[in-house]
Every structure is written in structure tokens, then in C-alpha cells.
Write a protein that binds this ligand. Structure first.
Ligand code: AMP
Ligand code: ZN
Length: 482
């Protein structure tokens, strides 16, 4: 069955398919702004994208999905934080990037294949702004900033369906840059010594030294790592306007190609009916929840609690849901134990010679249908009564596959002789970025019939502890047995 996902541009469920001849599905997700700890609202968004990636890998193959998620390491908020702490910008962003990675690991979020930083892509951003200037889609203001000229891009507003009148009303604040039109947005911000400290780079043609605007960062990083047209662009619902609308104007203004074939926005996590956010101060981080829950804390329970609602519906977070999640995970672990006990019975086929049964197909099907988390979890909890014991090894494999698609981790107390199978499968889903990069390179060499390079890369992979199994349309990575 195909994966169908709501598309915010066409406002309908549409099938996800790779569009390029190499069959790789290209996915760009707007990443965190690294100036403070990410809260569990942020993680709800990244978690939804994580399940989507797992599902895409199940559908198209592990080597056939390229997931790029950026780090916003220069913008108004990061610069303001560095100024508040009187520390260099890079020190602040490094600290919070490391913390973000720790939290991702705890929540079992797969690291993207590429995690570009905005500061690492200044040249690409300046080049894009230069293209927009050359095409008359941007202009330099008297103080040396650069603005996008919205009136010159007729498609503006297609994603958010925002009317010009409303658009103007949404733009507030001082216009000290002397824009042509109140709704034009910044591509490049001229350096302000009292605000920007030592954060500045040489600007685009005719502009002053300064730094990029937030929107151009994603356009440039997406283009660099995924090409002019991508298959999916995702983010939280607050990014739809103006961020994604502006990205479309920038990217399509430069390339004249469709920027993203599919747009996906997941909904907010709320606290007492209000969006969880740093500015409202109503946030919970993983560290906060650890304090609240004490020894019962389990980050996978946080993951489970965040999966309670449909991703396109707002979810109100209450700390009690954490305790309910711990309890639910324990029931699920019992189910895993039961399935393993059945698979251990002498009349059961060994797992290594079995295929997943169709028992938990409902989990995958629910996810494939617009990421219906509540339904998927419902199916996972069904079944487990003795009279339902039919194909124990196949059911166990099916259960493990469903659990992995949801990104949950269960610690069963029962061990099987071929338990490495389950571990292997988990590992395939969490292949380190550098290993996937090597495998991609080897696959490309093989496709180009450069077998010497392919062999050398296979040896490199083996030295790093990975074996690569070649299929007709793609490859599979497996950790070598220790
Ligand atoms: P930021 O670090 O503020 O750039 O946000 C990172 C991601 O978290 C973006 O995709 C936001 O849309 C998302 N986000 C921010 N607040 C929430 C929330 N309360 N619930 C869900 N997602 C959020
Ligand atoms: Zn973005």
C-alpha cells in the first residue's frame, strides 16, 4: 500500500513518491534554532517527521530516502542569546546543538542523513540572493540590506492562500530598512554593531556586510543538498506562513522549477490550551520531565505520550499522560514477552526462517494513511490472547517491524537464540549518517560500473563494522556480527 499524506498546498491526501530517476525520495525538514534547549513541542514535530522517514524507508528501501534537516545557527534569536551571555555565537550554538543531539538519541529519533548549518552555507545563500537581484526579484535598500520584492513574484501566497490585504496587515514593526513595500521580507540584513556583535559576512552584490535572513537559509541548504526540486518539505504549522511561503518565492524565483512537490505541516503541542513555546514560558524539556518523573522517567515514554494524538490535530500535554505512557509501554513489553514466549515453543518455526505475518499490518496501514498514530497504536495493542496464536515467529517479526516503524524501543526480558535478528533490524533503521554516506557512494560507483571504487568502499564499510547487501533497486545495510 502506498503512503498517503495530507499536502498543505493542494489541501488533499496525496501519495508520496520519489520524482527523480535515481528513485531517491528527497525530504527537507526545517530544523531547530539552537539557542536554548528544544522543548517537547519541538520534539513532537521532529518525531512526526521521524516516523514518516521510517515509513518511507520501509516503502522505498533504507538507501532510497535522503533526509536533510538543518540547524538554524544564525538568526535574531541566536544572536540575541550570544549577546545576553556575552559569548561567541558559535559557543552558544555548539552547546545547544550537542544537547539537541543527546535528546534526539534519547527519543530514538534518527539523525538526518545531512544536517547542514546556516553558517556553513553563507556562500550558497549569497549566491542565491545575487540570482534574485539579477532577476529583479530583490533589491538593496539604502542601508545595504536586501529585500525580496513580493509584487514581482506572481505565485506569492499559493501555499498559505493569504490575500494581499491580510498580508500587509500581518507585517508590523519599524521599517528602518526603507523597504519598497511593507510586506517585502529580508534576504540579507545589514550589520548593526550594537546588535550583531562580531556576526557578519561580506554581503551580496551592492549590499553591506551583514547576515542572511532566516528564510533564505532553508532555500539555499535544501538546494545544495537535495537539488532544485524536492519531494517533501515539512515543518510545524507555524512555519507555513511566512517561512515556507517565502522559501517558495526564493527557490522558485531562482530556479523556475517547482520547489517542493509536497508540503506537510504537523500541529502544535499545547499546554492548557496554549502553544508550548519559549516565549510563553510554558514549556517542558526532557530534563524537566526527568525531574518530575524521577526514577520512572523513560524518554521512550515521552515519545509514546507525544504520539497520542493525530499529528494534524493539536495535542494538549499534561504531565499525567507521562505516567499513563509508562504504564502503556509496560503493557506493550508484556505483549512482546508473550509473543517471544510463543515463538520459543518447540512447535514454532525459528524466527530466522520466518517472514513477518500480516498480523500487525494494520499498524503500518494506519501510518501509511496520513500518519494516523492513534489508530496505529490501537492496532499494536490488539491481540495477544492464547487462541490467537497462529504463526508465532511470523507474528513476532511483524510486531517488531511495527514497533520499529513507530520508533518505540521495548526491553523484553525473554531472549531468543536468534535475538540478533531484531537487533539487526533496529540497527538498519538507525544507521549512522557517515555509514549511509559511504554506502550511497558505493552504490553510485556500482551503478557507474566502477567496481574498483565499489570494492574499496565495501572494505571501508566492513572496517567500520557494516556489510552492504546489494539488491536490484537498492541496498541494505547490516551490522557485521561481532
Ligand atoms: P524552532 O526551534 O523554534 O525553530 O522550531 C523547531 C520546530 O518546532 C519547527 O518545525 C516548529 O514549527 C516546531 N514547533 C515549535 N513549537 C511547537 C509546538 N508547541 N508544538 C509542535 N511543534 C512546535
Ligand atoms: Zn526552514
Amino acid at each position: 500500500m502506498a503512503i498517503r499524506l495530507y499536502d498543505s498546498l493542494t489541501r488533499e491526501l496525496r501519495e508520496l513518491k520519489p520524482s527523480q530517476p535515481d528513485g531517491v525520495f528527497r525530504m527537507y525538514c526545517c530544523g531547530p534554532t539552537v539557542y536554548a534547549p528544544a522543548h517537547i513541542g519541538n520534539f513532537r514535530t521532529f518525531l512526526v517527521q521521524d516516523v514518516l522517514r521510517r515509513l518511507l524507508e520501509l516503502e522505498f528501501g533504507a538507501g532510497k530516502v535522503k533526509h536533510v534537516r538543518n540547524l538554524t545557527d544564525v538568526d535574531d534569536r541566536t544572536i540575541a542569546q550570544a549577546k545576553r551571555e556575552k559569548r561567541p555565537l558559535t559557543e552558544i550554538t555548539k552547546k545547544w546543538t550537542d544537547k539537541f543531539h543527546d535528546d534526539c538519541r534519547a527519543l530514538n529519533l534518527l539523525l538526518p542523513h545531512v544536517e547542514p548549518t546556516a553558517t556553513g552555507h553563507i556562500a550558497e545563500q549569497v549566491a542565491m540572493i545575487n540570482e534574485l537581484l539579477a532577476k529583479g526579484l530583490a533589491y538593496v535598500t539604502p542601508n545595504g540590506s536586501v529585500y525580496y520584492k513580493i509584487a514581482a513574484f506572481p505565485g506569492y501566497g499559493a501555499l498559505s492562500r493569504i490575500k494581499e490585504r491580510v498580508l500587509k496587515a500581518t507585517v508590523t514593526g519599524a521599517d528602518d530598512d526603507h523597504k519598497d513595500d511593507a510586506s517585502d521580507f529580508a534576504l540579507w540584513k545589514a550589520y548593526k554593531p550594537d546588535e550583531d556583535g562580531d556576526v557578519r559576512w561580506p554581503g551580496p552584490r551592492g549590499a553591506a556586510e551583514g547576515r542572511p535572513g532566516w528564510h533564505i537559509e532553508c532555500s539555499a541548504m535544501s538546494r545544495k543538498h537535495l537539488g532544485d526540486t524536492i519531494d517533501l518539505h515539512a515543518g510545524g504549522v507555524d512555519l507555513l506562513f511566512p517561512h515556507h511561503e517565502n522559501e517558495i518565492a526564493q527557490s522558485e524565483g531562482c530556479t523556475n522549477h517547482t520547489f517542493s512537490r509536497h508540503w506537510y505541516h504537523s500541529e502544535f503541542l499545547l499546554v492548557d490550551g496554549r502553544k508550548m513555546s519559549k516565549s510563553l514560558g510554558n514549556l517542558y524539556t526532557l530534563a524537566d520531565l526527568k525531574k518530575i518523573m524521577g526514577p520512572t522517567f523513560n524518554p521512550i515514554a515521552v515519545r509514546f505520550a507525544l504520539m497520542q494524538g493525530h499529528p494534524r490535530k493539536q495535542l494538549n500535554f499534561v504531565t499525567d499522560s507521562m505516567f499513563a505512557a509508562v504504564e502503556a509501554l509496560s503493557r506493550l513489553t508484556t505483549k512482546y514477552d508473550v509473543l517471544k514466549t510463543w515463538a520459543k515453543a518447540p512447535d514454532s518455526k525459528p524466527r530466522s526462517r520466518s517472514k513477518p505475518s500480516d498480523r500487525f499490518d494494520g499498524v503500518i496501514a494506519a501510518l501509511q494513511n496520513d500518519l494516523n498514530f492513534p489508530e496505529a497504536l490501537g492496532v499494536l495493542f490488539e491481540m495477544g490472547r492464547q487462541e490467537e496464536r497462529r504463526d508465532p515467529a511470523g507474528d513476532l517479526l511483524a510486531f517488531e517491524r511495527a514497533v520499529r516503524a513507530l520508533g518505540l524501543k521495548l526491553r523484553s526480558s525473554i531472549s531468543l537464540e536468534d535475538d540478533h535478528l531484531a537487533v539487526d533490524l533496529v540497527e538498519v533503521f538507525s544507521t549512522p549518517t557517515e555509514i549511509t554516506a559511504l554506502a550511497d557512494k558505493r552504490w553510485a560507483a556500482r551503478q557507474a560500473k566502477d567496481f574498483a571504487t565499489a570494492d574499496a568502499l565495501r572494505k571501508e564499510l566492513a572496517a567500520a563494522g557494516w556489510s552492504m547487501l546489494d539488491g536490484k533497486d537498492g541496498y541494505k545495510l547490516e551490522p557485521l556480527k561481532k
